[in-house]
Design a protein. Structure first.
Length: 265
């Protein structure tokens, strides 16, 4: 297999039970008990980009049935209220009121909160809420916890760039993986719909190919612009923590979790 980012060879690094979710690592128990079999995570030998190859071939209908169904909220409780509220408070604390497109915005919670705070915000999401891509561009395009859900990364960032005005900024969050993953990683959990995992190197490679200026404020928050001169100002923006670090890890395959804090005490 070839890496979709840099076209170098990939190698399998982890076989993981498909129904393991990120939420398991926070609750200390299996949220979805039934075993759906294992899938393989492959990693690029050069840029480190990783993906669950099997999920790349899934249709939108399969994702709706297997992932984004009525039980999805169980594996990601902050998706509904807590995460949009945290992000809204962050953006409202420093950003001038402007037009915003929230790409992959779920049922539109963040856009609604931003509108209440004086922004002009629209939401787009193929699985929830408004499934039609906005026809007009905006000064700010956000995609919080979206990148890891999308199999085709060039298409994703091409759409984000097209929606962003030339003097605007793209704000997106996704947790960066280590350059080479040597063990299980909680963020790489297919039941959440997580399929694509960037390193700093793979993101930088893709941004350069798309001729976008790019900086990371942290391992989670990343900014991209058409006008590279804007990087000087936006790199001073305050940071935000999107994800907490989970207190549990899997042991003995995927049927038992151990408390990391207890082990380290």
């Amino acid at each position: 297999m070839r890496c979709q980012i840099c076209n170098h060879h990939t190698r399998p690094i982890l076989s993981k039970e498909q129904n393991v979710s990120c939420g398991d690592y926070f609750t200390g128990q299996r949220i979805y008990a039934d075993n759906r079999g294992t899938i393989t995570l492959s990693e690029c030998e050069s840029c480190g980009f990783a993906t669950f190859d099997a999920l790349n071939a899934w249709s939108e209908e399969t994702f709706r049935k297997e992932i984004y169904n009525e039980d999805y909220h169980l594996c990601d409780p902050p998706f509904g209220e807590a995460r949009p509220r945290k992000i809204c408070n962050w953006l409202s604390s420093f950003m001038p009121r402007c037009e915003i497109i929230d790409y992959g915005g779920g049922e539109g919670q963040l856009a609604a909160m931003l509108n209440q705070n004086g922004f002009t915000a629209r939401s787009y999401d193929p699985f929830y809420g408004d499934a039609f891509v906005p026809g007009q561009s905006a000064e700010v395009v956000t995609a919080f916890e979206v990148v890891e859900h999308v199999p085709q990364q060039r298409r994703l960032f091409g759409e984000l760039a097209a929606l962003c005005k030339q003097n605007g900024v793209m704000i997106f969050s996704t947790l960066l993986k280590p350059r080479h993953l040597s063990q299980d990683w909680w963020y790489a959990s297919a039941r959440n719909g997580h399929v694509s995992f960037h390193t700093q190197e793979s993101l930088a490679y893709l941004m350069q190919e798309l001729d976008l200026g790019f900086i990371s404020l942290s391992d989670e928050i990343h900014l991209a612009v058409h006008d590279k001169d804007r990087l000087t100002d936006i790199k001073k923006w305050p940071h935000i923590l999107i994800n907490e670090w989970p207190p549990y890890k899997f042991c003995h395959e995927w049927d038992r979790l151990d408390n990391i804090k207890a082990e380290n005490s």
